[in-house]
Design a protein around this ligand. Structure first.
Ligand code: GTR
Length: 384
């Protein structure tokens, strides 16, 4: 009937998931929870906090609000990085005195030619690879980003929690349990990764060359889920980019296409809260859906991107989800996606919510980055 997955001493009970549906004509009808919107004030003071809580309770677990002292150690500075166009700093964020493993190793690249007193917008995100590899990774076209006047702050997500079933035992969920006053099973790997992104933001606020009002949180796939959850919790991220975040990210969970809640909880139970498991067999019972997570980003600029070769992430479900967030943007007199028909390949659409679907497979590409920078240029132009 079901199976048990043992992850350290954590026990997750999961029903064996049915195979994914990848046929649009076989998508069963589904109903989305309705937001009963009234005005901006009510949204900010009542509805938004309530929805955030629902996601913490049912999907990701909490992100602890407890503040802890963090020390910053600059371990290297290269004033001639990326062929001479960037200043590269390597900064370790120490979360626990005397515990070298409770730390995050961040790389920060800033354009060298920025005017003496100017500060720059910065992309903040995790990479799938350790720093030495990320430096030359195709997913991080650092030179091109820096040339366009953006900074990049990037770290390997395994520093916060190794991405495997028992990762929580050696990651910060265990190491910081006392300090943060939260037990490991009250949150999840995704919440831990989101927490780490906020700690990067804390550091960036101390860098005078970084514009504290232009922090763009970005992530691909599972790291896109983390970026969205971080952006929902931490409004210091003034723009949010989801690159093919799919199930548990931008895609609608009640829409049965591609990866499902049952499949993702079966394969990656540690990403989500134990409570999320119950919705695998009954997504209709879920009080939330992912468009509500996107709504929590409002009125900040949001970019949701898909790839045609990445049907597992449900491009259409990501597009529909982005559009369903429009009404909350309207409360702030902002235009959101404003279209019900999916655009052609490589034809980004939308105003404060932007969407594209491109040719190619599941990946974070140069094309994607170019669209994010074009979007950020427009969003931040007035303030640059
Ligand atoms: C897949 C997973 C997706 C996505 C992806 C990734 O295996 O099913 O939800 O997160 O991994 O992170 O590349």
């Amino acid at each position: 009937l079901g199976c048990f997955l043992l992850a350290g001493s954590e026990v997750y009970q999961i029903a064996t998931p049915p195979a994914a549906n990848l046929d649009e004509s076989k998508v069963p009808s589904y109903e989305e929870p309705k937001l009963d919107l009234t005005n901006k004030k009510d949204w900010k003071t009542t509805q938004r906090p309530a929805i955030l809580q629902l996601f913490a309770k049912n999907v990701y677990g909490r992100v602890p609000e407890q503040k802890i002292p963090v020390t910053y150690e600059t371990t290297a500075t290269d004033r001639n990085a990326l062929g001479g166009i960037a200043i590269k700093k390597e900064v370790t964020l120490h979360f626990l005195p005397g515990d070298t493993a409770a730390s995050l190793h961040m790389m920060l690249y800033l354009p060298k030619n920025a005017k003496a007193r100017a500060s720059v917008p910065v992309f903040v995100g995790y990479s799938f690879t350790p720093n030495a590899v990320t430096d030359t990774s195709a997913q991080w076209p650092l030179k091109e980003i820096v040339k366009r006047g953006y900074g990049v702050a990037v770290a390997w997500y395994w520093d916060i929690e190794p991405d495997r079933a028992n990762g929580w035992q050696t990651g910060i969920r265990t190491r910081l349990a006392d300090k943060l006053k939260i037990q490991p099973r009250e949150w999840s790997a995704l919440s831990a990764w989101a927490w780490g992104l906020s700690r990067m933001a804390d550091y960036l606020k101390t860098e005078e060359k970084v514009n504290p009002l232009q922090l763009i949180v970005i992530g691909h796939s599972r790291l896109g889920k983390a970026a969205l959850w971080a952006g929902a919790n931490d409004q210091r991220f003034t723009m949010v980019v989801s690159n093919e975040s799919g199930e548990g990210g931008a895609a609608l969970g009640k829409r049965d296409y591609g990866e499902t809640i049952a499949i993702i909880n079966d394969k990656f139970p540690w990403w989500f809260s134990p409570n999320y498991k119950q919705y695998g067999s009954n997504p209709a019972a879920m009080p939330t859906d992912q468009y509500m997570l996107l709504s929590l980003i409002a009125p900040r600029p949001l970019y949701v991107a898909s790839a045609i070769g990445d049907q597992w992430s449900d491009p259409k479900g990501e597009f529909l989800s982005a559009g369903l967030a429009d009404p909350v943007y309207h409360l702030f007199n902002k235009k959101g996606l404003e279209t019900a028909s999916m655009p052609a390949l490589e034809h980004p659409v939308g105003e404060t919510i932007r969407y594209h679907i491109r040719t190619g497979k599941h990946d974070l590409t140069r094309y994607d980055w170019q669209q994010y920078m074009d979007f950020a240029d427009r969003q931040f132009k007035a303030k640059k």
